[in-house]
Every structure is written in structure tokens, then in C-alpha cells.
Design a protein around this ligand. Structure first.
Ligand SMILES: CC(C)(COP(=O)(O)OP(=O)(O)OC[C@H]1O[C@@H](n2cnc3c(N)ncnc32)[C@H](O)[C@@H]1OP(=O)(O)O)[C@@H](O)C(=O)NCCC(=O)NCCS
Length: 224
């Protein structure tokens, strides 16, 4: 299953699966970011993520540099570039953009199956989100995963900017069917440039066996 880029053409995007790995090995500097004790599953997802990152950078039209890892576990991209990685099962997706285009980007993949325990909505959802999730019995699981996935994509976009940790209830999402995206509102500041009340958009789709969420935040100098 190859996910097609939902981003505008100035973003670099790649979706890879284990079949694409062949003899691929991440750059030695990237390998240093992987624990020597990593399980086979972790090695595979790390390889997939780095391959997707490298292809996203190529698609962006820049010469790919190793994508390292910072203390908050976030990927560290080459100067002037922001990006995000997600992996699930045998698939990984990465997106990269120039800082003039976005100050942060986020992608997330979640499995459509199996169902999650509905109880986790108490950890993930604000009151209005929980109401939306519970509105239609047969859509409860899907909607809960959509909220969860969209929040992870949002977190990945915000965190690298000022290294502020946002918990699941530090943003509230409202679904817009017309655009198949959530409008998010920050309930906690994600730094000085992203105060409480800041609004952002997170797209969310079913893509084959996955729920796929994606976000990009406007460049910092485009705002007053
Ligand atoms: C960090 C987190 C988002 C990762 O999501 P996940 O579903 O477990 O895993 P994914 O495969 O989608 O993504 C993993 C990739 O995310 C990236 N990542 C990890 N920490 C990150 C961070 N702090 N900021 C940005 N990206 C991060 C890494 O590239 C990682 O892959 P790698 O280790 O192979 O490089 C999640 O574990 C987490 O901590 N969530 C809690 C915070 C949150 O989502 N709050 C919602 C606020 S609205």
C-alpha cells in the first residue's frame, strides 16, 4: 500500500514498504542513533523510517544528509529543513519541507485494526472530542483512532520547534467533513510563537489498512 502525498508540491514526501528496503542500510551516523540492543522489529522500522526520510529529502530536491535523533527522540534534519517520520508494520512515511514553507510538519500512521479499548478515550480526548467519538456507535473506534493519530501528527509538528511537550489533552480537535481534516486549537502554549488558542489543521484519511494523519504549520516569519 503506497500512500500518496496529501501535501502541496513544494513538500517532499515518501512512502516506503519493506519491499523497498532491499540491501538498504541507514548512514553510519544514523545507525549510531539506534540502540545496539534494538529488536529486529525496531531495526526494521528504523530502517524504513530513514529510507523514507532520505527519499522525502530527494523529493524535496535537496541532497539528503543523515537524519539524526535529538534528546526528545525527534528526528534532526539538515539546516533549513523540517520533517517528520512515521512507521507502522511494514510501511513508513516521511515528509520534509523547507523552513520558508513550514516551521513544522507531522505525519502519523495508525492501524485500522484491531479495535482499541474504548476506555483510552478518557486519556486521549477532551470533553467535546469524546462526544464526537461517541456520537455514532459504529464509528466509535475509527473516530477515536482518528483523534489519536491526528494528535500524534500535531505533536510531531510542534515539538521540534520549541521542545514543548504537549499531552493529549493540551489540544482540542474539531472534525470538518468538507476538508476531511481536524481544526486544532492549542489549550497549552507550544512556545512563544504558538500560544494558547493557536489554530492549526490536521488532515486525516483512511489509507488501506491505516489511518493516516498529516499536519504542517505555517512558517514563523509569515505571522505577526
Ligand atoms: C513521539 C510519538 C508521537 C511517536 O508516535 P508513535 O505512534 O509512537 O510512532 P510513529 O511510528 O508514528 O513515529 C515514530 C517517529 O516519531 C518521531 N519522533 C519521536 N519523538 C518525536 C518528538 N518528540 N517530536 C517529533 N517527532 C518525534 C521519530 O522520527 C520516530 O521514529 P524513529 O525513532 O524511527 O526516528 C509518541 O510516542 C508520543 O510520545 N506521543 C505522546 C505525545 C502526543 O502525541 N501528544 C499529543 C499532543 S496534541
Amino acid at each position: 500500500m503506497k500512500i500518496v502525498s496529501p501535501f502541496p508540491s513544494e513538500f517532499g514526501f515518501a512512502c516506503v514498504s519493506v519491499r523497498d528496503l532491499g540491501g538498504y542500510r541507514p548512514h553510519p551516523d544514523e545507525m549510531n542513533c539506534l540502540s545496539p540492543k534494538a529488536t529486529e522489529k525496531r531495526r526494521t522500522e528504523f530502517f524504513l523510517g530513514r529510507l523514507a526520510a532520505s527519499r522525502a529529502l530527494q523529493a524535496l530536491g535537496v541532497s539528503p544528509r543523515p537524519v539524526l535523533k535529538a534528546e526528545g527522540r525527534e528526528p534532526v534534519w539538515q539546516d533549513g529543513v523540517v520533517g517528520s517520520i512515521t512507521h507502522k508494520g511494514d510501511t513508513a512515511v516521511a515528509v520534509a519541507a523547507r523552513e520558508e514553507v513550514a516551521c513544522g510538519v507531522g505525519v502519523d500512521l495508525e492501524s485500522l485494526h484491531p479495535a482499541v479499548r474504548f476506555r483510552i478515550h478518557t486519556k486521549v480526548c477532551t470533553g467535546p472530542e469524546a462526544e464526537w467519538v461517541a456520537e455514532e456507535q459504529e464509528k466509535k473506534d475509527l473516530r477515536l483512532k482518528m483523534i489519536f493519530s491526528a494528535k500524534e501528527a500535531g505533536f510531531k509538528a510542534f515539538f521540534p520547534i520549541e521542545k514543548i511537550y504537549l499531552g493529549y489533552k493540551d489540544a482540542e480537535l474539531t472534525w470538518r467533513e468538507e476538508t476531511r481534516s481536524f481544526v486544532g486549537t492549542l489549550l497549552k502554549a507550544a512556545g512563544a510563537r504558538h500560544p494558547v488558542g493557536f489554530r492549526f489543521e490536521v488532515g486525516c484519511r483512511v489509507a488501506g489498512p491505516f489511518i493516516f494523519s498529516f499536519a504542517s504549520l505555517p512558517p514563523l516569519d509569515s505571522r505577526t
